[in-house]
Design a protein around this ligand. Structure first.
Ligand SMILES: [Zn+2]
Length: 428
């Protein structure tokens, strides 16, 4: 215990007088010349393995990176991002004075902030003046689209949002959670969904058509441009693949073997998920890292898995037909954002879904068949309310900030505090 305390004291005293600065990597600058400019021995390069050398060669000109220097200007640490999640860390060993090279995950901070803006001139310039975060305006505009009466002089807008920071600096776009607009005595809340779209109620309404036997009907407008060549149809409309199938390929940056037995589709929470073929539902419920999941057994030894769902519309033993809605997408299990994981197995071995789903026998054909099937049948418009994640909780948080007269978070005012190396995990 004592030793731990001493080490912590050493680290904090080392960082006490240190200063964090931010710079852009010069275009065409070699890592070796960067080391030379910092008076770091090039023998460091000999300690790199092949993969590390490869990574070093891929530092992009214009890339923002961070340096921690002592009061004499000596480099103590440098953090150079090499992807959206990983960074090179150069750090000076206090005992040997030698520098160490490592590749480590970037540790972003993901915190909630508040703004409360009286509109005196123009809402957008007022928001910018109060927050000094220019990335807010486009997101607020998107959330308010079609949802709020025009903001005018004398109105008030307050909102709660999450902003990522890296070493104290703004990183990426903010996520707006809830907005309150006050016009005189009139108050209105706007609840913002995963796609950044605002809603007047803490839920969004999705609509679909069913026939008298409650089978879903689609129109030709659901055609997709997904090009594949297989027997199965697509599980979602307008698919966008965000992560491909992979058999445990070695990841040079993460340094692990990481298989991905399926493909991920980027879809918003609550998107209807359809069975890719006729089959029997064999699992509905929690399935480890896949969260809420459905398994369907098809003919010829094929099985499909639909993971990270938010809700089900089928039960074990049901016969699912190609194109039937079986559930709704979500973010359950090991998942960092709403998406659908689709896994396809043949005789219990995972196969790449893109090799068996697609155009031929695709959803397009299946849907056109369906529409033909029900001509003359009764079509019924159905709606379903999907709650917006944490809508009430965020509204209550916003209300308490307003009640406590919390001022808007000013990104310039607190910049130096946020960039304090002692508070930043990346420098530990
Ligand atoms: Zn996946």
């Amino acid at each position: 215990m004592k030793r731990v305390i001493i080490v912590l004291l050493m680290i904090s005293s080392l960082l006490w007088s240190a200063q964090v600065t931010r710079a852009k990597w010069k275009s065409g600058e070699k890592f070796s010349s960067y080391l030379q400019s910092k008076h770091i021995s090039l023998s460091l390069l000999k300690t790199l393995d092949e993969l590390e050398e490869q990574v070093v060669g891929e530092i992009q000109g214009g890339q923002t990176f961070y340096e921690l220097k002592d009061d004499k200007g000596t480099l103590l640490q440098a953090l150079i991002p090499i992807s959206s999640t990983m960074q090179i860390k150069l750090s000076k060993d206090t005992k040997s004075d030698k520098y160490r090279f490592s590749i480590v995950p970037i540790k972003f901070k993901d915190e909630k902030y508040f703004a409360n803006v009286d509109i005196s001139k123009n809402p957008w310039s007022d928001i910018s003046k109060n927050t000094h975060n220019d990335k807010l305006t486009p997101q607020i505009k998107k959330a308010l689209r079609n949802n709020a009466a025009k903001l005018q002089k004398g109105d008030n807008i307050s909102f709660l949002y999450t902003q990522k920071t890296l070493v104290g600096y703004l990183h990426g776009n903010p996520t707006i959670h809830v907005i309150k607009i006050t016009k005189g005595a009139k108050e209105q809340f706007i609840y913002v969904d995963d796609d950044g779209i605002g809603h007047k109620e803490p839920f969004e309404t999705i609509s679909y058509m069913t026939d008298s036997t409650r089978n879903t009907i689609f129109s030709k407008s659901t055609q997709t441009s997904f090009v594949g060549n297989g027997k199965f149809s697509l599980p979602v409309r307008n698919p966008r693949v965000t992560s491909p199938f992979s058999y445990g390929r070695y990841h040079p940056v993460l340094r692990i073997y990481r298989p991905h037995f399926g493909i991920d589709f980027g879809v918003k929470r609550g998107t209807p998920i359809m069975s890719i073929d006729n089959g029997i539902v064999v699992h509905v419920g929690w399935l480890g890292g896949y969260g809420k999941a459905i398994k369907i057994q098809h003919s010829d030894g094929y099985m499909s898995i639909y993971g990270h769902l938010s809700g089900f519309r089928t039960t074990v033993g049901d016969v699912a037909r190609k194109g039937d809605i079986i559930g709704y997408s979500g973010n359950t299990g090991t998942s960092t954002g709403p998406h659908l994981h689709l896994g396809i197995y043949q005789n219990n071995s995972p196969i790449d879904p893109t090799s068996v789903i697609g155009k031929e026998g695709s959803i397009v054909d299946a849907l056109i068949d369906k529409v033909t099937d029900v001509i003359g049948g009764e079509k019924v418009a159905q709606t379903k309310k999907i709650p917006i994640y944490n809508a009430e909780k965020y509204r209550d948080m916003l209300e308490s900030y307003i009640k406590n007269k919390t001022p808007s978070y000013d990104w310039i005012k607190y910049e130096s505090q946020r960039a304090d190396a002692q508070l930043d995990e990346n420098f530990q």
